[in-house]
Design a protein around this ligand. Structure first.
Ligand code: PLP
Length: 365
């Protein structure tokens, strides 16, 4: 199979990740629930994962909360910063993992930035909303549909300038675009462990610049007499037994990225996305491409997008068609009616993958 759906989850994971998961299954008991070797091995596995994140994102290890996915981290962050009815500024490219929790809170969402690949437009629209007064800002680093890389350093600086707390959704950037938690000064950065960070499904990270409001309450193995959740991290945000094999696998993924380099991986992905976009354009398809683009490229074939993806699947190519859980992004780009076919490259991006896709795409008539 030619797998070009890394925007959904990375696949296959590096062999080190498989080995780390299997080893944790063999060696680890419950972390923080005992001082015997198997419990200590589990605690160490979790710590290695936090340390890996610290090294990659410059976030203190104890401020790295282990979540089940990016969605859980976003929900926790949003419920910490946003109260029912609050005005909030979001980009025009947000995923349902951002918009649905906001709608559920009855937040008044000001959508800022409606032009693809246009940093000037994004920044100007955010500044207008921040000036007008909002309770919080939430923005994605990279659009999961179009690969638009938002100007997040500048957005973060604007939020700091106007004293507005912010959350960054790093679902499509973690592992392929450098992220510096300290320099951004973010209140929260949420990311999946299972996409660019190469960990198993069911893993994620929430980098915390402040104490989050817990989403869920329960035992932490510490401070047991306290009727409330501990007021320190990471325990406050990690009730119940953690996904130890998942964390061990994610630690191996983080280690892999540290060795190979996030810049190297990102460059490999962007190179193929560019070649792919150019090739698809030559075939006569409408391609969404621009200056600030990651390893994700969307296109419109001359047929129904789902049918095109099925035909590609029939030729052994995995891509995703439809709205990609991001109707707002499609509304912004004017593709709400049709959806798009999305090709998303990963850490193993290669010329061979692009050529295989283009050969198959040339038959989509
Ligand atoms: N945000 C964006 C931009 C995404 O692309 C995704 C998943 O595709 C998510 C959030 C949710 O991630 P997860 O499935 O890990 O919860």
């Amino acid at each position: 199979m030619t797998y070009l759906d890394h925007g959904a989850t990375s696949f296959p994971k590096p062999p080190q990740v498989h080995r780390a998961v299997a080893q944790a299954m063999r060696q680890c008991a419950n972390p923080g629930r005992g001082g015997y070797p198997a419990a200590m091995a589990a605690a160490e596995a979790l710590f290695r994962c936090r340390e890996g994140a610290q090294r990659l994102f410059r976030c203190p290890a104890e401020q790295v909360v282990l979540t089940e996915n990016c969605t859980q981290g976003l929900n926790m962050a949003i419920r910490t910063l946003v109260h029912p009815g609050d005005p909030v500024v979001i980009s025009g490219f947000e995923h349902n993992a951002v918009t649905r929790p906001l709608y559920a809170l009855g937040a008044k969402c000001h959508v800022a930035g409606r032009r693809l690949f246009d940093h000037g437009d994004t920044l100007q629209a955010f500044e207008t909303a921040l000036k007008a007064g909002v309770r919080a800002a939430v923005f994605t680093h990279v659009s999961n549909v179009f690969g638009y890389v938002l100007p997040v350093s500048e957005l973060a600086a604007l939020c700091r300038q106007y004293g507005v707390p912010f959350i960054m959704d790093a679902a499509q950037s973690a592992g392929s675009v450098p992220i510096d938690f300290e320099a951004l000064g973010a209140d929260f950065i949420a990311m999946p462990g299972h996409k660019g960070l190469l960990g198993p499904q069911g893993t994620g990270l929430l980098l915390c610049g402040r104490l989050p409001r817990p989403l869920c309450y329960g035992g932490t193995g510490t401070d047991s007499l306290n009727r409330e959740m501990p007021d320190y991290l990471p325990e406050r945000a990690e009730p119940g037994t953690r996904n130890v094999p998942g964390a061990a696998g994610l630690a191996a993924g983080l280690e892999y990225l540290y060795r190979v380099g996030v810049q190297t991986v990102g460059k490999r992905e962007r190179t193929q996305a560019k070649l792919c976009g150019e090739g698809l354009k030559k075939l006569g398809f409408r391609v969404f491409s621009g200056e600030h683009q990651s390893g994700v490229v969307s296109f419109l074939p001359d047929m129904d997008c789902q049918e095109a993806a099925e035909r590609l699947a029939g030729r052994g190519i995995a891509v995703r068609a439809g709205l990609h859980c991001a109707p707002l992004a499609h509304e912004t780009a004017g593709t709400l009616e049709t959806g798009t076919v999305r090709v998303s490259f990963g850490y193993n991006a290669s010329d061979a993958q692009t050529q295989t896709l283009l050969r198959a795409a040339s038959q989509l008539r």
